[in-house]
Write a protein that binds this ligand. Sequence first.
Ligand code: AMP
Length: 398
Amino acid sequence: MSKLSIRDLTVEDREVLMRVDFNVPLDEGAITDDTRIEAALPSIRYLIEGGARVVLCSHLGRPKGEPDPRYSLRPVAVRLSELLGKEVSFASDCIGEDAASGRAQLGRGDVILLENTRFHAGEKSNDQDFARALAGAADYFVNDAFGTAHRAHGSTEGVTRYVEKSAMGFLIEKELKYLCEKLENPERPFVVILGGAKVSDKIEVITSLLEKADCLIIGGAMANTFLHAKGHRMGDSLLEADKSALALDILSKAESKGVKILLPLDTRITQEFKDGAETRVTAPYSEGGEVEDGWEGIDIGDVSIGEFCAEVAGAGTIVWNGPMGVFELTSFEKGTKELAHAVADSQALTIVGGGDSVTAVKKYNLGESMSFISTGGGASLELLEGKELPGVTALTDI
Ligand code: AMP
């Protein structure tokens, strides 16, 4: 990696501003899941142990560019202090007097958390006055917030212009290792599983993966669009009829490049979109299977599950992004659940990226069996698309 890492900085007695991802779920001010705080601990501890004066900043939720108490990071400072076993001070604004005096009081190894960066409109617009104020007197900047690294915001890109050096933290380093380095020369066969709601969200990633993968397995509602384009009746299934030409184009490009595309051979269908609803599996499409009006496809069928899992079992590298069906409802989860187990059982390098497949992996307690679970949905897709992330590009070159 040609960008500076946190390991390359000598931080003793230096003020280090670190962008972390403390965008945790809150329920009336109580943190309901502190996974993201835990994930930032290695970089924070490294700076503390190195004797830095540590200034942390993050966004939380979607405030409208002005203070909104519902999105205050104050509870996170309390939780972080418990996890670190040391005091973490808190500044009620990320720029201005309170932040400046809190930062000035830091000694070696002390930590301060600044209030939500998105309480200022300048964060998202990457306003340079805001970014300069946020950088303050920091010597170095560390970006460890992978989930927002695909955004050029004040706290991810702008600040890098006002510090001596900018480096990536351990979390971003690990994401790049798996999503870029390991996929440069993947162990083959390289199998990519794509699911979720819309083809239109994933066109770029599909196009880019056609250059690298040996096999694309397509499930979820996006598979309905392909099946519809191939002329199968899909009843009331969720699909994008206006993307038929695009779907056919993807199929023919795959064929000319020798990339195998596996679409569902059959589909689990229902008349009612609710848990406990009766479901059926269509006959295989090769035998005239179809989805009648009044029915909709909500998961891959049993023949498809068998075929997809067999393909996964023979893979050398697997990237999985997007569920096979509406796995949030128990009645419609079978395809996603069985495929998740197949991925977990495989000997391949297994990378799970994207919010919903990560939720599925956690639901089935399979996290430990995967080689790597990405922490960023949008950012991980952009890396797979081969794009640069502004929050990484802006870091200091080695
Ligand atoms: P995405 O955000 O594009 O990855 O889509 C994830 C969502 O797609 C999940 O909430 C799934 O419930 C939903 N989904 C997957 N398969 C289907 C389907 N066949 N019909 C409707 N929704 C689906």
